[in-house]
Design a protein around this ligand. Structure first.
Ligand SMILES: Nc1ncnc2c1ncn2[C@@H]1O[C@H](COP(=O)(O)OP(=O)(O)O)[C@@H](O)[C@H]1O
Ligand SMILES: [Mg+2]
Length: 346
């Protein structure tokens, strides 16, 4: 799909959670790639498995109750799922960094930004078997705060997290994520906690940083508008599956999956934040007893008999446009032939 060689390749990732009620089949075989300088948005309703995907990449899922049932997460051809916690620590932050939704959870309220950033910068150096003096780390921290457009970074660096506004705290968190000069930046709902104006500023900042430093970005959001502001490509996720994977232009011009079409109908006004989908009836299925076949079929206006029995394959309908839906012949598993297609339900 991507002309540049991929640096991250998630292949058929299946993740289950063991709960008291039973096993929740949360990720049901997700596959996507991320190339150098690539910007991929992962979009879907709350609860569809976006954060689980991000945490799996960073090895941050608690085991138990999480079980990685199958799949690979290849980073420069090494499978991250095979690495020890010690090796993962070297990659986390250094090569793959994460920006979360709520900066206050990740900033320590009792230490100044200066102390926290110096710790992060020196920690990265240690992982690379280098030493950085406090003074040099402080200078680097100031230049990072400058890069994320914090005014007067030399003065502000001594402040504590509560002395910054929500938007400024998110900038600090982005600066910290950049501290290890990562190849990949994963941002999980980075603007959801912010008001709309600040949200637009942070998205602009992420866009500028991508242009400037050529990071590869995986941007996660329930909001298609957020992803469209930064990303070139988009993966639409539904109930633990990627149902459509293509460019932003194509998603808006020619959405192929019925779920994607519903997603688009639900955002007539991008400024209005709304988590439920007005274009589609019903809600995300139970992960303990998910619908058989295509997990979207109970909500789909186009469902056919086969959709209730067989899982559609995510396959190309055009170059750079993959869809998992039996409305497209490419999604039929090779074992079941299109003649077996049964008329759509009324
Ligand atoms: N610790 C857990 N135990 C059981 N189920 C979980 C746990 N964490 C998340 N889940 C389930 O996994 C699904 C996906 O979660 P998540 O990846 O956080 O969704 P989102 O797309 O909103 O980021 C959710 O529907 C949730 O019910
Ligand atoms: Mg989430």
């Amino acid at each position: 799909m991507n002309t540049e060689p991929s640096i991250l390749e998630v292949k058929d990732l299946k993740i289950h959670f063991d709960t008291f009620e039973g096993t929740a089949q949360v990720l049901d075989g997700c596959s996507f790639t991320l190339g150098r300088g690539d910007t991929l948005g992962l979009v879907g309703e709350t609860g569809c498995g976006k954060s689980i995907t991000a945490k799996a990449i960073l090895g941050l899922l608690p085991v138990p109750p999480t079980r990685i049932v199958s799949g690979e997460i290849r980073f420069h051809s090494r499978d991250l799922l095979d690495l020890s916690e010690k090796d993962l620590e070297k990659i986390r932050g250094n090569q793959i960094a994460m920006i979360f939704q709520d900066p206050m959870t990740y900033l320590n309220p009792v230490f100044s930004i200066e102390n926290q950033m110096i710790d992060v910068i020196r920690g990265h150096a240690r992982h690379a078997n280098k030493t950085v003096s406090r003074g040099a780390a402080r200078e680097k921290a100031i230049s990072l705060l400058n890069a994320v457009n914090i005014p007067n970074p030399r003065q502000r660096i001594g402040d504590f997290p509560h002395e910054f506004s929500g938007g400024m705290r998110q900038r600090v968190l982005i600066a910290m994520a950049l501290a290890g000069d990562p190849e990949i930046l994963i941002a999980d709902e980075p603007t959801t906690a912010l008001d709309v104006t600040i949200q637009a500023q942070i998205l602009r900042l992420i866009g500028e940083l991508v242009e400037r430093f050529r990071h590869s970005v995986l941007l996660i959001s329930h909001d298609l508008g957020v992803v469209a502001a930064v990303c070139r490509r988009i993966a639409v996720m539904y109930a633990g599956n990627i149902v459509e994977l293509t460019t932003i232009e194509r998603i808006f011009e020619n959405p192929a999956h019925p779920y994607t079409r519903g997603l688009l109908r639900s955002i007539p006004n991008l400024a209005r934040r709304k988590e439920n989908l007005v274009g589609i009836t019903g809600s995300i299925p139970d992960f303990i007893e998910p619908p058989r076949g295509c997990r979207f079929h109970p909500r789909c206006a186009h469902r056919m008999d086969v959709c209730q029995k067989v899982k559609p394959v995510l396959a190309d309908i055009e170059s750079e446009h993959r869809v998992a839906c039996f409305l497209y012949e490419s999604s039929w598993p090779s074992a079941s032939r299109p003649e077996e297609r049964i008329k759509p339900l009324p």
